[in-house]
Design a protein around this ligand. Structure first.
Ligand SMILES: *Cc1c(COP(=O)(O)O)cnc(C)c1O
Length: 390
């Protein structure tokens, strides 16, 4: 294809013209059931009337003013995130990587302000994904993504997933924090067991380390709770959010406590666009819907229905699907054949999905998905599996 776009993506030869709820229509008029949600972003589906209204109303008022001025929508969204989380303070960014990067800077500065500038190393885990900036790539330590980009940013100790002994050995006088995704997304929908998250909290408290959760993918209702860590009943000191927070409008956020965040005085961090009025209007509209009583209960109900359907199909096609994993509507199919083969078969059936590590195919339908759409997806998955077994 003759394209002026930097070829950093292997793209499917499909372009979409319009979306409506859980469906997308391509430029040839074909309809697809969207179980990709733009990589767990469009969590209220496409063209949600409340989001469209919020964005267009704000577009008719003011788009951008910079953070040199007070932004009322930012104050309001920060307040609401704080009221519904462990946090006291919020920094707004434009993406997940920036939200994580802000957290990494807070970690270093917190220890520096507390008389421990030598404490700068962050423990991270194999299979994680934290973004594509130099520091977030170093954190995840994925050889494929780091290739050609040496030298790797210093300050990360990447450990095997779930190896408690390695964790204990890795903590030293320079250790500043532990960074983990409560449910690994890109890594293959790998859930960190609740007792492990609780164990990490204890270890951090014992050694004076900060605990940071990357909930860029697992947060904002995706698992059936506002944040995935709520399932474990533990709170971090810092949390990165993005993806679903803007429902499709680029926005990220880094949340932290007063105790930790007070080290970030005026001038220590910034972003020209971060938290601009358009992004904040949409973020507040997303929260309007998500905080409605019963919204997350419905996500839990519908996700157990979807999971039952997936388990039934997996059982019927053991030569295609080995297992179903995940929490809420953050689900993965463990594939027997390459995950790309099942993805292609589903695309042919008109269902969009996303691949992940561990040969897993990710299913991330919008949280507004209904039983009829789940039934339709199940039928198509059944046919795709049948085709692959043939
Ligand atoms: C997607 C993702 C990121 C990076 O977000 P971008 O908006 O692409 O920068 C970081 N962490 C996790 C867990 C993600 O899933």
């Amino acid at each position: 294809m003759d394209s002026a776009v930097l070829p950093t993506y292997g793209r499917a030869d499909v372009a979409f013209e319009k979306g409506e709820g859980a469906y997308l229509t391509d430029t040839k008029g074909r309809r697809y059931l969207d179980f990709a949600s733009g990589i767990a972003v469009t969590m209220l589906g496409h063209r949600h009337p409340h989001l469209v209204k919020a964005l267009t109303e704000q577009a008719n008022r003011v788009w951008h003013t910079s953070n040199l001025f007070r932004i009322d929508g930012q104050e309001r969204l920060a307040r609401r995130l704080v009221e519904n989380s462990f946090a006291d303070l919020v920094f707004f960014a434009n993406s997940g990587a920036e939200a994580v990067e802000c957290g990494l800077k807070i970690i270093r500065r917190y220890h520096d302000e507390n008389g421990h500038p030598e404490r700068y190393r962050v423990i991270t885990f194999e299979g994680s994904f934290h973004g594509r900036t130099l520091a977030t790539l170093a954190a995840a330590n994925n050889a494929k993504y780091l290739a050609g980009f040496a030298p790797v940013v210093d300050g990360f100790d990447n450990l095997p997933f779930g190896d408690h002994e390695a964790l204990k050995k890795a903590i030293g006088p320079e250790t500043a924090a532990i960074l983990i995704e409560p449910v690994q997304g890109e890594g293959g929908i790998r859930t960190v067991p609740a007792e492990c998250l609780r164990g990490l909290r204890e270890i951090c408290d014992e050694h004076g380390l900060l605990l940071m959760f990357d909930e860029v993918q697992s947060g904002m209702g995706r698992t059936g709770k506002l944040f995935a860590h709520e399932w474990a009943g533990v709170a971090p000191d810092i949390m990165a959010l993005a993806k679903a927070l803007g429902g499709g409008f680029p926005v990220g956020a880094c949340l932290t406590t007063e105790k930790v965040g007070k080290c970030m005085s005026a001038g220590t961090h910034g972003s020209t666009y971060g938290g601009n009025p358009l992004a904040m209007a949409v973020g507040n509209a997303v929260l309007d819907v998500m905080l409605e009583p019963g919204f997350l209960d419905r996500v839990q109900q519908v996700s157990s229905h979807l999971r039952q359907q997936l388990a039934r199909i997996a059982e019927k096609h053991p030569g295609v699907i080995k297992d179903v994993r995940g929490v809420g509507l953050m689900l993965g199919l463990e594939c027997v054949k390459p995950n790309t083969a099942l993805q292609a078969a589903l695309l042919k059936e008109g269902v969009l999905t996303v691949t992940a590590g561990d040969n897993v195919l990710r299913l991330a339908p919008p949280l507004i998905i209904g039983e009829a759409e789940i039934g339709e997806a199940a039928g198509k998955l059944d046919r795709a599996c049948a085709e692959l077994s043939a």
